[in-house]
Design a protein. Sequence first.
Length: 176
Amino acid sequence: MNRWLAIVALAGLLAACDQNMDEQPRYSEYSRAPLFRGSVLRPPPANTVARDDLELEKAASTKPALSAELLARGRERFGIFCSPCHGAGGDGTGIVVQRGMPRPTSYHDDRLRTAEDQYFFDVITNGHGAMYSYAARVPPRDRWAIVAYIRALQLSRHASLDDMPADERARLESRP
């Protein structure tokens, strides 16, 4: 008798295990929810900040000091994200342009040479024209590194002897 009671109890327990546990009802993110009288997506509570937003905001508003490491990082990131359209020299003749996309303005254009660094940072962050936003792909410190490298590209093409330090210029001029 105890054996039959144990078998019936086990069968009852096993039958109870399949109460919507395999396929639980759920809402899609953009579907309507009668409980909330609108969308399933709920607005965040007032005065809340998403995780890491404060650090990203600080990194975006603080321009790092110019260094060789920053320029090396900017060159690497420029080669990955910017050169397909802007070209390795920043003249707007990248491989994507050669395949039919609109040509971006050359970084060596007078308008961009006189633009503020913040302008380049904002364009990388928000996009401009046919260029889409890289905010989700490039962290703020790397955006500043790219801006520094763009400035180095511009300086390399438009530098003169007067831009060099006096001792370096004297050393260069003393060579035969």
